[in-house]
Design a protein around this ligand. Structure first.
Ligand SMILES: Nc1ncnc2c1ncn2[C@@H]1O[C@H](COP(=O)(O)O)[C@@H](OP(=O)(O)O)[C@H]1O
Ligand SMILES: [Mg+2]
Length: 317
């Protein structure tokens, strides 16, 4: 069955399993207790742990083992070799093959870019360990986003610390979202935003949304993957009017949210591109909304002066 499936179905089926194995690696590193944290940012703070390094090694090795010529862009430049290579695949994904439209079924390996964030929410891991606040680990996700000709078409969000055994939320364009039942409405409009990268422009955008009755309350949580899970669970929107979030943070969440009827764009409402030669930063910020609110209301309520500070930059500097 695996060998007869289309390239996209096989890649998603593999990626679901690979994300789960990466989640296991993260949990093992946490249990072992030595995170070996390094700061990746000169003059700022962008932590990387042994869990990020091992999880990315496993994801890239596992996918490259099956798909030799696949273009994969991962967050981490430094990785740590680990023995786990995951060659399994999800039967649930294979069973979806007949639901794919012909365009998706004909996707070729050479037109695909896989965007990998092996551990989204690293700052929350560092804080969880420092403050012995393990509840923060719920905000950790493994993100594998699949882009075809620059557009996010499928995504996997694995959440290792959800409940006892974790959960995997995944989607292929037009084929619904799996592993979660998205909320269809909420009397209260909760807007989620960054916990660790607040800035003046983020605060001003949130204030503008409050003034237009588009944000009844604000919740600050970590990780792009976790924030999109919050939107699927009943928050109205995820707003980040700043430029630090990267393509590997948004590719999988965008595909998953859009399969559930929501939207993820930059704060000016422009689609985000995921071509292999693209600028890594989401220079236009991030705006994600649930299926039950109007995306354009949120776009239109963010003041132009904030949008003008966040222009789209399409190609690498
Ligand atoms: N100013 C910044 N500098 C570095 N990374 C940033 C950033 N703003 C956002 N990010 C990245 O975007 C993701 C979501 O951020 P946030 O939780 O603040 O909303 C995080 O991914 P990682 O945890 O994988 O590094 C975070 O590092
Ligand atoms: Mg990230």
């Amino acid at each position: 069955m695996f060998n007869r499936a289309s390239f996209l179905t096989r890649l998603v089926a593999s990626s679901v399993k690979v994300s789960e194995t990466a989640g296991g690696i993260i949990k093992n590193v946490m249990t072992a207790g030595d995170l070996k944290i390094v700061n990746k940012c000169d003059g700022g703070y962008d932590p990387q742990t042994e869990a990020d390094r091992r999880a990315q090694y496993c994801i890239v090795q596992s996918l490259q083992n099956r798909y030799k010529d696949l273009k994969i862009i991962g967050e981490e430049d430094e990785t740590t070799a680990c023995p786990e290579v995951e060659l399994g695949f999800s039967e649930d994904v294979l069973n979806l093959e007949s639901s794919l439209n012909s365009e998706l079924r004909n996707i070729k390996e050479e037109d695909v870019v896989v965007w990998v964030d092996p551990l989204d929410g690293t700052s929350e891991v560092a804080l969880a360990v420092k403050n012995k606040n393990l509840a923060l680990l719920e905000q950790v996700t493994v993100l594998i986003g699949i882009a075809h000709k620059g557009r996010a078409v499928a995504g996997i969000i694995h959440q290792p610390y959800f409940s006892e055994n974790g959960r995997t939320v995944w989607a292929i364009n037009g084929c619904g979202v799996h592993g979660i039942t998205p909320a269809q409405s909420n009397a209260k409009k909760v807007v989620v935003t960054t916990r660790s990268h607040l800035s003046e422009s983020v605060s001003s955008a949130l204030e503008a949304l409050k003034n237009k009755d588009l944000a009844d309350s604000i919740e600050k949580v970590g990780g792009a993957g976790y924030k999109v899970l919050k939107v699927l669970e009943g928050s109205a929107a995820y707003v980040f009017a700043s430029a630090g979030c990267k393509k590997w943070d948004t590719c999988a969440p965008e595909a998953v949210l859009e399969a559930a009827g929501g939207n993820l764009t930059d704060i000016s409402g422009r689609k985000i591109r995921y071509d292999s030669n693209i600028q890594l930063n989401n220079t236009g910020g991030v705006l994600a909304t649930a299926s039950w609110v109007k995306h354009l209301d949120y776009v239109n309520s963010i003041p132009d002066d904030i949008k003008n500070q966040l222009p789209e930059v399409a190609s690498k500097k």
